[in-house]
Design a protein. Structure first.
Length: 358
């Protein structure tokens, strides 16, 4: 069913088009039904029956061009002008004038145009004005030339036509209201999706796809409060400036993305969090013991060391601490950073810890 609706109405990411296509199909079916009803019960002139058949078919053509030929704006303008300029006058002359359902049709058209085409500027204003003004000269013409109007055969026929027209237009308006409610819901979903994308962009490093410092700021206190053991490691690529200088930033970005992929894998295996602090510096937050964290970092170092790079082996140095209760994020990062520099000063490609593990 969802596939059929998408085929008929289009992409829900374009709510105005989606709901208007639903309205076009509904109106087309409504006019075709009216043509059958008027012909079967001989309520209006046969010319009106032909007109309703033609208009129902034309609305189907508008839907087809709008849906499958990327002509939504053009077809929407055609629809806005067609209804008040052609549909209302023809219905007026061939369906009892002011005594028939033309006022209902004009009002329904005005409501729909006002609710749906808010972004069409002057075209919407013209269509709204036409819906309001066109019945006035039609009424004057009817008063001066009543013979131009096809009248009902009797009061019973008039009552039947007005009741059926009222029910039919009411059903169409209910469908249109439902479509506009869907329109609002789709617009809301679109806004929420864009909001989620913006939030993701604000919390994700664009180069590596890892979380950024904002996530670390948010998650550190929560993790410290809710876990019995927590380790933090700062990881820094060895000789990365030389890699960038000698082989270019594109190659350096490739190295960073490769390490980021390994960090993601390590974070998943340790139920932890991988963060890019900036440049070639990363953080791993792991809710495991220091021994387990040390093992994870060694596995990570081996994987990176054994990864084939075009210009040789890449390694990293790291500082690993067990987060103490009450330590702020800044204090923990400072302790890990001190150990990182110890690892760098001891020859690089090693993991420095605060205990015997080194």
């Amino acid at each position: 069913m969802k596939t059929v609706l998408q085929r008929l109405l289009g992409d829900k990411n374009f709510p105005t088009q989606y709901t208007h296509h639903a309205a076009l199909i509904t109106c087309s079916c409504g006019y075709l039904f009216s043509a059958w009803f008027n012909y079967h019960y001989q309520i209006s002139d046969i010319s009106n029956v032909y007109f309703q058949l033609a208009l129902g078919s034309f609305l189907a053509w508008i839907w087809f061009r709008s849906r499958f030929h990327n002509q939504f704006n053009t077809m929407a303008i055609v629809f806005m002008m067609l209804m008040p300029i052609l549909s209302v006058p023809v219905n007026w002359f061939f369906n009892a004038g002011s005594c028939g359902p033309s006022y209902i049709l004009a009002l329904a058209t005005l409501i729909y145009i006002s609710a749906t085409f808010r972004h069409f500027g002057v075209y919407q204003k013209i269509a709204q004005l036409l819906c309001v003004l066109i019945p006035l000269p039609l009424l004057l013409l009817e008063i001066q030339n009543p013979d131009l109007i096809f009248n009902y055969a009797d009061l019973h026929t008039q009552q039947v036509d007005l009741i059926v027209s009222f029910v039919l237009v009411s059903l169409v308006m209910l469908l249109l209201m439902s479509a506009n409610t869907m329109h609002f819901r789709l617009e809301q979903q679109k806004v929420e999706a864009l909001s989620d994308q913006l939030r993701l962009l604000s919390e994700q490093d664009s180069l590596t796809g890892l979380s950024n410092r904002r996530i670390l700021d948010r998650e550190y206190d929560a993790w410290q409060s809710n876990t019995d053991q927590l380790c933090l490691a700062i990881i820094d690529l060895d000789w990365f400036k030389q890699v960038n200088d000698n082989y270019g930033h594109a190659y350096g970005d490739h190295v960073l993305r490769t390490l980021a992929g390994l960090l993601k894998e390590t974070a998943i295996n340790s139920n932890g969090l991988a963060v890019r602090l900036g440049g070639e510096e990363f953080v791993l937050l792991m809710p495991i013991s220091q021994m387990e964290a040390f093992t994870c970092l060694n596995v990570l170092a081996d994987k990176l060391r054994n990864t084939h790079f075009e210009h040789g082996t890449i390694t990293f140095s790291a500082g690993l601490i067990k987060v103490k209760s009450g330590d702020t994020q800044i204090e923990s990062l400072k302790k890990a950073d001190t150990l990182l520099y110890d690892a760098k000063n001891s020859g690089r490609d090693r993991i420095a810890t605060s205990h015997y593990l080194q």
